[in-house]
Ligand binder design. Structure first.
Ligand code: PLP
Length: 439
């Protein structure tokens, strides 16, 4: 399988090159040249397949012989070592709980899989790879936990001082070993600019091997398609040919793009709902045909505060750049913080279920879709554990979500971040020094 950049200015890459580089040299995103179809037997067996079975069969189509069978199987088992249950709130309303991993958000699925794929490709290579990432909170914790103690990899996380939650900071700044957290005197945008400057610094890149771990990496996208099949299989085990609609709380649209990829492989989904907060660039495009990227605005569902979604280019590619085709398959929705808080309350009052603000946005879209589609089975992707957004959940419901053990442990560890000025030179010097130390 060859991987093409969405900007089409560079030659195609192998899966390995696409994963190690992350972003193509022409700044495009890697996509498989074509999306392979799964055989009919896969769908016939789906109701009885485990998540690990699905992972192996789906990943094989994209990775082919670049990773041996046994290695891929083990890698997938290790990456997905937590449950992804489909919880039914009502006969036709289901929540896919993607938040049982170490950082209590769905990003664990992609980060854990990608880190193990990278480690495999770097085995025996006498060279460290530096994963450099700017975070406003969630990405940093998933990447740090995903790559923690993975051989051959040094993780450097830049985060804005005082602007991430205490829990998020504890998840990436207390690990040590191969994970370094740099606390920047500035905003998230400053952190992102510093990272981009480093990636554009050819002299630095001759000294050390830099790669990116945000949602543009294809190895993060691929595993997110597994759970769409898994959820469908669980419904198909009970109902023949269920009409399944996925409601996806969206920011950079990696999660939704993974669903579209699953559909291209043959998943018989009825529709996808792009559930967004006030950052409604994609829903607006779906109704007006105009793509108008803009600065993000802060909301209650802050992991979805993205004004210029990076995976949009992939979505366009999947629909052959046709707006008509995209808006036939995806419906866009956008909600205010007041509606989100009201939805958290409603889900608790109606079903006795605590949902986080991101999942609540997905619930709202599902509820609106339901008004005109009585027969559909709605699957809301719950992307974060309610304990991760305890304040919002408590103020809406009066309930304090129980804290799972994954979260409790890191809260007591010592913070190990290094403070750094908001300037490129200190970052560059730090990276060069670090590369001398670890070699
Ligand atoms: C990152 C994130 C999202 C948005 O996912 P995308 O793939 O960027 O659309 C939604 N919810 C939570 C909790 C997240 O951390």
């Amino acid at each position: 399988m060859q991987y093409h950049s969405t900007n089409r200015q560079v030659p195609p890459a192998t899966f390995e090159q696409a994963v190690i580089d992350g972003l193509a040299k022409d700044k495009g995103l890697f996509m498989p040249e074509s999306v392979p179809a799964l055989p009919a037997a896969f769908f016939a067996d789906l109701p009885s397949l485990s998540l690990g079975d699905i992972a192996r069969k789906v990943a094989r189509l994209f990775i082919e012989d670049e990773i041996p069978e046994a290695v891929l199987g083990q890698l997938a088992e290790e990456a997905l070592n937590f449950p992804i249950p489909l919880v039914s709130l009502a006969p036709q309303l289901h929540v896919l709980e993607l938040f049982h991993g170490p950082t209590l958000a769905f990003k664990d699925v992609g980060a854990r899989f990608m880190s193990r794929v990278m480690a495999h490709f770097l085995r025996g290579v006498d060279k460290k790879v530096y994963v450099l990432v700017a975070t406003s909170g969630d990405t940093g914790s998933a990447v740090a936990q995903g790559f923690y103690n993975v051989p051959g990899i040094e993780v450097i996380i830049l985060y804005p001082s005082g602007k991430v939650s205490r829990v998020q900071e504890a998840q990436f700044a207390t690990l040590g070993n191969n994970v370094t957290a740099l606390e920047i005197e500035g905003t998230f945008d400053d952190c992102q600019r510093l990272v981009k400057t480093a990636f554009a610094d050819a002299a630095l890149r001759e000294e050390l091997y830099l790669t990116s771990a945000n949602s543009i990496n294809f190895a993060r996208l691929l595993p997110q398609s597994f759970y769409y099949f898994y959820a469908y299989g669980q419904l198909a085990a009970k109902i023949t040919n269920p009409e399944v609609v996925f409601s996806v709380p969206s920011g950079n649209y990696g999660n939704l793009t993974a669903g579209l990829l699953a559909e291209k492989m043959g998943l018989p989904a009825t529709a996808f709902l792009a559930a967004s907060n006030a950052n409604d660039t994609v829903p607006e495009y779906l109704t007006t045909r105009t793509f108008r990227p803009r600065p993000s605005v802060a909301t209650l569902s802050n992991a979805m505060d993205v004004g210029d979604p990076s995976n949009f280019a992939r979505m366009q590619r999947l629909f052959g750049d046709s707006w008509e085709d995209m808006q036939k398959r995806i419906r866009g929705y956008s909600y205010t913080d007041a509606q989100t808080a009201q939805a958290i309350r409603e889900v608790y009052d109606t079903y006795g279920y605590l949902i986080d603000p991101h999942g609540a946005v997905g619930y709202l879209a599902a509820t609106d879709y339901r008004k005109t589609h009585r027969d559909a089975h709605l699957v809301v992707l719950a992307t974060a554990h309610p304990a991760k957004f305890a304040d919002a959940v408590q103020s809406a419901t009066g309930q304090v979500p129980p804290v799972p053990p994954q979260l409790g442990n890191c809260l007591h560890r010592e913070k190990l971040s290094l403070p750094l000025a908001n300037d490129y030179l200190p970052l560059k010097n730090f990276l060069l020094q670090r590369s001398l130390m670890v070699h």
